[in-house]
Design a protein around this ligand. Structure first.
Ligand SMILES: C[S@@+](CC[C@H](N)C(=O)[O-])C[C@H]1O[C@@H](n2cnc3c(N)ncnc32)[C@H](O)[C@@H]1O
Length: 192
């Protein structure tokens, strides 16, 4: 992992307000599907908005990111809120999650296509993947400019062929673009 990338994300998180960090919408919208117990992972967690929701729901929660600043700030914030989150600096490309280790994995605004098979393997039977990120079809210029970091139409639906799709949302440019889910796709999928 390049130092430049780490520095870029460190700088982004240095002055960010961790209390303003929220869980992603797909996790909020489908939180009723979460198990009552088990191990959960917020992958490429940033300040850990998803990890905080998962830990507050009683899941044994890990949060991994390559930015030491993000992880330090998440640890401080989680301990102030008395949330037991195991936050670690971890380059998930070099060190993806091990097979059969998590009951829930959440990925928000991070797209590393080569990681998809490892994420699938990391889910235990019945385990759930919540994924939300940018699409190439967009109604404005929010999100990354590099199309590599954005999903092609239906791509998120196809990235995890071994999982059972529970919910999928991608509205592209159809209809009234002032309404609905724009610029992003959502997936909830389960390990059979
Ligand atoms: C757009 S942010 C999203 C953060 C968080 N998921 C959220 O929704 O607030 C992308 C995150 O991916 C992390 N990241 C990028 N490459 C990574 C890698 N190889 N391993 C771990 N984290 C990585 C960055 O440090 C950054 O925190």
């Amino acid at each position: 992992m390049s130092d430049e990338l780490i520095q870029k994300w460190n700088a982004r998180y240095q002055d960010a307000d961790p209390t303003a960090t929220r869980p992603c919408e797909v996790l909020n919208a489908f939180a009723h599907l979460l198990p009552r117990a088990g191990r959960a992972l917020d992958l490429a967690c940033g300040l850990g908005g998803n990890a905080r929701l998962l830990a507050a729901r009683g899941l044994e929660t890990s949060a991994w990111d390559l930015s030491p600043v993000a992880i330090d700030r998440l640890r401080d914030h989680a301990s102030a809120e008395d949330l037991p989150i195991q936050a670690r600096v971890r380059d998930v490309q070099a060190e993806p999650p091990e097979a059969d280790t998590f009951d829930v994995i959440v990925v928000a605004y991070f797209l590393e296509r080569d990681l998809a098979p490892a994420l699938e393997r990391a889910l235990r039977p019945g385990g759930l993947l919540f994924y939300q990120t940018w699409t190439r079809e967009a109604v404005d210029d929010r999100g990354p400019g590099n199309p590599l970091f954005r999903l092609a139409p239906n791509e998120l639906l196809q990235l995890f062929p071994g999982l059972r799709v529970i919910a999928y949302r991608e509205e592209g440019l159809f209809g009234d673009s002032a309404q609905g889910l724009r610029n992003e796709a959502w997936l909830v999928a389960a390990q059979p």
